[in-house]
Design a protein around this ligand. Sequence first.
Ligand SMILES: N[C@@H](CCC(=O)N[C@@H](CS)C(=O)NCC(=O)O)C(=O)O
Length: 365
Amino acid sequence: MTHAISKTQFQSTAFGLKQRRTSDLFQLSFKFSVLKHTTQMARSALDEMSNAGAFLRTPSTFRNFISRDPTSPFPPEAGRYHLYISYACPWASRCLAYLKIKGLDKAISFASVKAIWERTKDTDEHMGWVFPASETEEPGAEPDPLNGAKSIRELYEIASTNYSGKYTVPVLWDKKLKTIVSNESGEIIRMFNTEFNEIAENAALDLYPPHLQAQINEVNEWIYDGINNGVYKCGFAKKQGPYEEAAKKLYEALEKCEEILCKQRYLCGNTVSEADIRLFVTLIRFDEVYAVHFKCNKKLLREFPNLFNYTKDIFQLPGTSSSVNMEHIKRHYYGSHPSINPFGIIPLGPDIDFSAPHDRERFSN
Ligand SMILES: N[C@@H](CCC(=O)N[C@@H](CS)C(=O)NCC(=O)O)C(=O)O
C-alpha cells in the first residue's frame, strides 16, 4: 500500500485545507466579533476609558424616586423595598450607612453580594457582583433572598430586557413591582433621609436640612470630583498624565478638607450632614486600599490630623460602623482588578482602629 498521493489528490487536499483554514478563520473572527459585541454590551468600570487614558464614569440609569406624594408609584411602605449592596463599594455603603443611621433597617431589608467579582455568565467574559450559593459560603454575603438571582446582572435583566449599561451596586429593589427603583446612591440617600420619616426610628435626624442644602451641594461637587471619584481616576488611569492630574486634584481637595476641619467638627459646620457621610466612605478606604491599590500615596489619611480624627468621629456615629466591613473592602479591590493587581495579593496592613479615641468633641461647645 502506498502513501503517495496524486497531484490532483494533493491539490484537492491542499485546497480543502486552505478552505478549512479560511472557514475556521471566518468562524473565529465571527466568534471574536460576537464576543467583542457581548463584552461591549456587558461593561464594567474598567472599560470606562477616554482615548487619553483617563477614567470616565458613566451616569446611573434607573432614576425613580420613592416619594410620600400620594400619586407616587413608589410610596414609602415598610417591608416593600430591598437594598442590594456590596460592603466593598463606597457608593453602596453610603446607602447602608443611611439605612442604619436613620433607623430604617427594620423597614428596608438589605443584603450584600460576595466581595470578589466573578464571571456572571458562561456565554461571555463579563466579571461582576455575584451572590453566594449558601448562607455559609462567605461571611457577610447572602444568597439573593427575593429573586434567587446568581448575580446583580440578573436583577438588571429582570428589571429591563434591553439594558446595556453596567451592573452596579447599590440597587434599590421594589419587591411589589419586581423592579429596580434606583441604582444611584446619591439619590437613594436623599430618599432615605426624608421619605421614610413616618417609619424611621431616627426620623428627627435630617442630614440635608433646608438651611444647609446649598452649602452641602457645593461641597459635594468638589468632594465628588476630587476625592470620591478622584481616587478612581487615579487608580483606573492608563496613562501618566491623567493619573497625575487626578492625584493633584485629589490632594488639593484633601488639603481643603483638612483646613475646613481644623476650624469646625464637620464639613458644613458643627452638625453632621450628608456631605460628611459622602466623604467618610472614601476616607475609611483610603489607607487600607486607595493609598496602595490606586496609587494615592502622596500623603496618607493618618498624616492629616484633622481628617484622620474626623474619620474616627464619623465611624463612631451610632449606626455607621456596622456599614463598614474591611474584610470585604480589601478582598474586593485587591482581588477584582487583575489588570492593577495581577496576583491578587492583599497587603496585611495597616489595620487601623477607627474606634480609637479622637479629639473632635473639642468643637461641640
Ligand atoms: N453612580 C453609582 C455608582 C455605583 C458604582 O460605580 N458601583 C460600583 C462598585 S463601587 C459597581 O457596582 N461597579 C460594577 C462594575 O463596574 O461593573 C452610584 O453612586 O450609585
